[in-house]
Design a protein around this ligand. Structure first.
Ligand code: MG
Length: 258
């Protein structure tokens, strides 16, 4: 568990740093592209496409996008760039040569959770059950009167499957997330293999789930970068916005080409 002293406010990232030996890990939504009203409305604009392509070359392949989206979704958004991609917070991934991998799931648990939550949402109109393969989310935004019932059910299901799942909470939603969904584990997995190995890690992200990656990056003497206003976070550095992320990275690519 982290203590208060580990969690500080962030300082702005230096405008230029020795970038050629970085292993760069990027979150997607809210980091590389602005958050849209619906996740399906997001595309990868030409500016980001150019930047990722240049970074991939200059960093000799030590670039990965690590997102909560499904891997197939990330492949569709970034095609045809030959990037290392991780979906479902690292539970599924694709090497830059196109080889796909996925953490194994226990079908007994997934079938039980899927059936129980489908039945629950049918019996509690307005609640929404979302099967994200490695995570099961129960939303109650449209049915706040069922918050208690949602909590009781998700807690009961978590107790039955706590060896493989953790229970997390978001805005009007509860989520049972498989242990494989962990951006810190995802970063460590990549840092153990070429071309990421022996490089200094940098992780840039804006999400609560990115907090799992920051301590891993810090332990490797790397750069943990939170996107947004200064906040209680494990990140050491900060960039203000998506626009600042893009211009900061573009500046590094220019300095590397000199
Ligand atoms: Mg994000």
């Amino acid at each position: 568990m982290n203590t208060e002293t580990d969690i500080g406010m962030q300082t702005p990232l230096p405008s230029v740093l020795a970038f050629s030996n970085i292993a760069l890990f990027l979150d997607f939504d809210g980091t590389l592209v602005s958050i849209a009203s619906h996740p399906d409305a997001v595309t990868l604009p030409p500016r980001q496409r150019r930047l990722l392509s240049t970074l991939q070359t200059r960093l000799k392949g030590a670039l990965a996008i690590i997102s909560g989206r499904r891997l197939a979704d990330m492949e569709r958004l970034t095609a045809p760039l030959p990037l290392t991609l991780m979906g479902c917070h690292g539970a599924q991934w694709r090497d830059s040569d196109g080889t796909r991998h996925a953490e194994r799931l226990e079908s007994e648990a997934t079938v039980h959770l899927g059936a129980a939550l489908t039945e629950f949402s049918q019996r509690h109109p307005g609640t929404v059950f979302e099967d994200k393969t490695y995570a099961f989310a129960l939303h109650y935004r449209q049915a706040p009167q069922y918050e208690r019932a949602c909590r009781d059910t998700m807690t009961r299901l978590w107790q039955a499957h706590r060896d493989a799942y953790q229970l997390t909470e978001g805005k009007c939603l509860l989520e049972l997330r498989h242990h494989a969904c962990h951006k810190g584990r995802a970063v460590q997995r990549l840092l153990d293999t070429p071309p990421f190995r022996l490089r200094t890690p940098m992780f840039i992200g804006d999400d609560r789930t990115d907090e799992d990656a920051f301590p891993v990056v810090n332990a490797h003497g790397g750069f943990s970068v939170r996107v947004g206003e200064a906040a209680q976070s494990q990140a050491t550095y900060r960039l203000d916005s998506v626009e600042e992320v893009l211009s900061w990275l573009e500046r590094q690519t220019r300095s590397m080409s000199r």
